[in-house]
Design a protein around this ligand. Structure first.
Ligand code: SF4
Length: 279
C-alpha cells in the first residue's frame, strides 16, 4: 500500500527470509558460546552482516586446512558438498550447519536420483555457491544450464532448480528441457520465500515511479529481484546501502522498496529514514 504522506511503499517480503534469519541467529549464538569459530565462506551474502561476525570473533579463512583441530566451523546457508562435511569430520571440527532446509532438500533429491542412474540437470548460475554445494552431492553425470540456448538433448534426467531462479524463466526452460528428454523427472525447487518476494516486487514495481532494490552485489537473489523489477519499472535502482542513494533522483516521486533475502533490516531502515528525512 502506498503511504501518501511520505510516498514510500516498502515490500512486505523485503529483507531476511527464514533461511537467512536462521543462519544469522545460529552464527550469533555460536559466536557467543564458542571461542574458536571459523568459516571458509561468507555465511550469507551481505557485507554488513559478515563485518558484524568478524567484529565478534569470527575467523574467515581460505580453507579447512587453516582451521585448528577441534575448533567450531559454521557452514554457509547456501550449503556445501559432502566432501566438505567429510573434511570437517576428519579434523574433529564442531560443525554448525546453517544450510537452509530448502537447499538440503535439493541435496537429497540429487543424491537419490544420481544414485538411481539419472543425469542431474540444474537450472541456475554456474558460479554460485549454492550450485557448487548441490554438485557436491551428485554421484554421476550432471549439467548446469543457465540459458535457453544451452539446453541440449537428454536421455534419462532429473531436473532441479537453484532456489532463487526467476519463476517465469523456470517455467520456460523446464518446458524446453522436458520436451528434449526421453525421460525426465522434474522438481521445482525454487523456494517460496523467493517466489513471494519476486511476485510482490513485480506488483509493487508497477505502482511506483522509482523502485529501489537493496542488496549486496554478491547476492544472487537481490540481482534477480533487480532484473525482474526493471522489467516493470524502468527507474529501478540497485543499491547496497543508504550512502548510494541520491535523493535528487527520487524527489517528488512515488518510491517502492524491496530487498534481497540477505539484506538486514538495519540497512533497509537507514534507507527509509534517509528518504523520509530528505524528501
Ligand atoms: S532464499 Fe529460500 S532457499 Fe535461500 S536461504 Fe532463504 S528460504 Fe532458504
Amino acid at each position: 500500500m502506498i503511504d501518501e504522506k511520505i510516498e514510500v511503499a516498502v515490500a512486505k517480503y523485503a529483507g531476511f527470509c527464514y533461511g537467512v534469519k536462521n543462519a544469522v541467529d545460529s552464527t550469533r549464538n555460536a559466536l557467543e558460546e564458542n571461542d574458536n569459530v571459523y568459516s571458509t565462506d561468507h555465511i550469507v551474502h551481505n557485507q554488513v552482516i559478515n563485518e558484524e561476525f568478524e567484529k565478534n570473533g569470527m575467523h574467515f579463512v581460505d580453507s579447512i586446512e587453516d582451521i585448528p583441530e577441534g575448533a567450531t566451523i559454521i557452514l554457509r546457508a547456501h550449503g556445501v558438498g559432502k566432501s566438505t562435511i567429510n573434511e570437517c569430520e576428519n579434523k574433529n571440527l564442531k560443525i554448525i550447519n546453517t544450510t537452509c532446509p530448502n537447499v538440503l532438500k535439493i541435496h537429497e533429491i540429487v543424491k537419490k536420483h544420481s544414485a538411481e542412474g539419472y543425469k542431474i540437470i540444474i537450472v541456475g548460475d554456474k558460479h554460485h555457491d549454492e550450485i557448487n554445494g548441490i554438485i557436491g552431492w551428485i554421484d554421476g553425470e550432471y549439467e548446469v544450464v543457465s540459458t535457453l540456448e544451452e539446453v541440449g538433448q537428454y536421455k534419462k534426467i532429473c531436473l532441479v532448480s537453484q532456489t532463487t531462479t526467476n519463476i517465469d524463466f523456470w517455467n520456460e526452460i523446464s518446458e524446453k528441457i522436458k520436451s528434449n528428454a526421453e525421460e525426465c523427472i522434474v522438481f521445482n525447487t525454487i523456494c517460496m520465500a523467493t517466489y513471494n518476494r519476486q511476485k510482490e516486487a513485480k506488483e509493487l514495481a508497477q505502482e511506483v515511479d522509482t523502485f529501489i532494490v537493496v542488496g549486496d552485489l554478491k547476492s544472487a537473489n537481490s540481482k534477480r529481484l533487480y532484473e525482474i523489477s526493471k522489467e516493470f519499472c524502468e527507474n529501478t535502482l540497485f543499491i547496497q546501502t543508504e550512502s548510494e542513494l541520491e535523493l535528487e533522483m527520487i524527489r517528488g516521486k512515488k518510491v517502492g522498496i524491496t530487498a534481497g533475502a540477505s539484506t538486514p533490516d538495519v540497512v533497509i531502515n537507514k534507507i527509509i529514514e534517509k528518504i523520509k528525512l530528505g524528501c
